[in-house]
Design a protein around this ligand. Structure first.
Ligand code: ZN
Ligand code: MN
Length: 142
């Protein structure tokens, strides 16, 4: 909850007008750890806000992204998904259940800040495979 309050303050300082719908997108994202897509967010919010459009959800996410309070991941090849944690961290994509999970690895490149004379500003690691839950299901079937 502290995070949400901080984000609201930050957006206000940037002059972003927080409409009910924009706030709803921010709030929903803050309370999930599933890295939802625009579609996922839209489907949930539509229950409570029947007038909300997919375009509103999309433009709100763009706005929140530009303000630096959320980040967009391109780990899924077909669609973008969103993360309420704007800080750099790495992700794992399960090819079976299509879950996007945070993984606690440290990238040596991000620490160094320099590779071959290039200045590194950002590192995003996307790892692909089968998650621990799906592996368990596969095991129990054999
Ligand atoms: Zn899985
Ligand atoms: Mn994440």
């Amino acid at each position: 909850m502290k995070d949400l309050q901080e984000k609201i303050e930050r957006l206000k300082k940037k002059g972003v007008v927080l409409t009910i719908q924009r706030l709803a997108v921010l709030e929903l994202l803050e309370n999930v750890c599933t890295h939802p897509t625009v579609d996922d967010i839209y489907k949930v919010l539509k229950e409570k806000y029947p007038t909300i459009s997919q375009a509103t959800v999309y433009s709100t996410l763009e706005l929140l992204k530009d303000a630096g309070v959320v980040q967009q991941l391109c780990i899924r090849k077909d669609k973008a998904c969103f993360d309420p944690n704007p800080k750099m961290h790495h992700h794992f994509f399960c090819r079976r259940c299509e879950k996007v999970l945070d993984i606690p690895i440290k990238c040596p490149v991000s620490k160094q800040g320099e590779v071959d004379g290039h200045k590194v500003e950002e590192v995003q690691a996307y790892l692909y495979g089968v998650c621990v839950d799906c592996l368990k299901v596969a095991e129990s079937k054999t």
